[in-house]
Design a protein around this ligand. Structure first.
Ligand SMILES: Cc1cc2nc3c(=O)[nH]c(=O)nc-3n(C[C@H](O)[C@H](O)[C@H](O)COP(=O)(O)OP(=O)(O)OC[C@H]3O[C@@H](n4cnc5c(N)ncnc54)[C@H](O)[C@@H]3O)c2cc1C
Ligand SMILES: *C1O[C@H](CO)[C@@H](O)[C@H](O)[C@H]1NC(C)=O
Ligand SMILES: *[C@@H]1O[C@H](CO)[C@@H](O)[C@H](O)[C@H]1NC(C)=O
Ligand SMILES: *[C@@H]1O[C@H](CO)[C@@H](O)[C@H](O)[C@H]1NC(C)=O
Length: 342
């Protein structure tokens, strides 16, 4: 009768649930996912539907993050297959990334060991002001669709989803709960019992446009800006144009000046976007759940129950989150006393 609670139904909570089933071999009917917001919802407190949704070079260069990225990239084919193929909203697309400054050997050596079709762009082909560029085959997510498909897949296996807002972490402990995974994203800032003041938002704004003729990713990383173009797979031609990385800005409002700036930068980076009249479908702002010191994946024992934190994925929940879930579930499996109760 004992059960495992995953608090949070964003991409990090879903990946963690997946790892509980596929790695720790937990019977899905013993898992309950609780969230104030569930796949299908849109709210500024729920970051996952707003992500651009590609695997990119956005994440930092520390060894842990590089390992989470690699784990995720190399296991996404398995998830795509289980979720029914490209119609799940996850598929491969070509990508080009440019940097105004060389990102460093740690990053590049790590990426070139596993990215499919990795190539360095020859210097003469780099746009003005760009120091380094690569091309590779990446993973793209149509985030709202992927979240919904992932939830359906988990529900079909027997996982329960429950809508509930917790005001204190203790409410996550149901009568038979032996472990709680804390995947609350930006919510980790305000939940009492585990208030983490290291958590802060990095606001982004994106445009969703219809541009079926664009089927490639392109990014440019500058010292104080990020410009990106991300097609949404299986979305009837939707393209994400971004973006902004604004620390400590909590507003979910969108701004016309920012939209204009995004259009200017993205169409300079990939002029063929304008081969068709620009049809804007929507403008959205989202809060990346950032954390000073990086993601927190840690286990604590509370009485004889286990609390495993897994939050702070900032701008890379989709591309690193499966590796984060893997590590969090490993902490659970390593606690033989609690794990043995299942
Ligand atoms: C503009 C933009 C572009 C992005 N692009 C990319 C990209 O291309 N690639 C990428 O990898 N990442 C990208 N990201 C980042 C990505 O969206 C995040 O890393 C990811 O969504 C974080 O997921 P999460 O599961 O940690 O949090 P969330 O999705 O916010 O989920 C948190 C969950 O916890 C629940 N919760 C929180 N507090 C409580 C509570 N007290 N009680 C009950 N439930 C609670 C919420 O309801 C929700 O279910 C982007 C983000 C933005 C804003
Ligand atoms: C895709 O790229 C954009 C910009 O580079 C970035 O903000 C976002 O986090 C990336 N998405 C993923 C899933 O990596
Ligand atoms: C999750 O962690 C955050 C940050 O420490 C904390 O505020 C929140 O209470 C925790 N939630 C649970 C269920 O442990
Ligand atoms: C948040 O960002 C918006 C848009 O860039 C800006 O107008 C606003 O002043 C910012 N707010 C804070 C508190 O920085």
């Amino acid at each position: 009768m004992s059960n495992v609670v995953v608090l949070g139904s964003g991409i990090v909570g879903l990946y963690t649930t997946y790892c509980l089933i596929n790695e720790a071999k937990i019977n899905p009917s013993k898992i309950i996912v609780i969230g104030e917001h569930l796949p299908g919802d849109m709210s500024i407190k729920y970051t996952s539907p707003y992500a651009g949704g590609n695997f990119s070079c956005i994440s930092p260069n520390d060894p842990d993050t590089l390992a989470y990225d690699k784990f995720t990239y190399t296991h996404l084919a398995e998830i795509q297959k289980k979720l029914g193929g490209p119609t799940s909203g996850l598929d491969n697309r070509p990508s080009t990334e440019f940097w105004d400054e060389y990102p460093g050997d740690d990053k590049i050596n790590s990426l070139k060991a596993y990215l499919k079709d990795f190539k360095v762009v020859p210097k003469p082909q780099l746009p003005a002001g760009v120091a380094y560029g690569i091309t590779f085959t990446t993973w793209n997510f149509y985030c709202p669709l992927f979240l919904a498909t992932f939830r359906k897949y988990l529900e079909k296996l027997g996982v329960q989803f429950k809508r509930q807002k917790l005001t204190h972490i203790s409410q996550a402990y149901l009568p038979h709960t032996i472990a709680v995974f804390n995947c609350t994203g930006i919510g980790a800032f305000s939940l009492s019992g585990v208030k983490d003041s290291s958590v802060y938002p990095t606001r982004g704004q994106v445009l969703v446009v219809r541009a079926p003729h664009i089927q490639e990713n392109r990014m440019r990383w500058g010292a104080d800006y990020a410009t990106y173009i991300i097609p949404r797979p299986n979305s009837n031609g939707q393209l994400i144009l971004g973006g902004f990385l604004q620390k400590d800005n909590w507003t979910g409002d969108t701004f016309d000046e920012e939209s204009k700036d995004i259009i200017k930068r993205t169409t300079e980076l990939l002029p063929k976007i304008l081969d068709q009249p620009l049809e804007i479908l929507g403008v959205a702002a989202g809060l990346r759940p950032s954390r000073h010191g990086g993601v927190r994946i840690e286990a604590e024992t509370k009485e004889d129950k286990l609390l495993i934190h897994n939050y702070g994925a900032s701008g890379y929940g989709y591309q690193a989150g499966l590796g984060m879930g893997h590590k969090a579930v490993e902490l659970f499996q390593n606690n033989k006393k609690v794990y043995a109760k299942l």
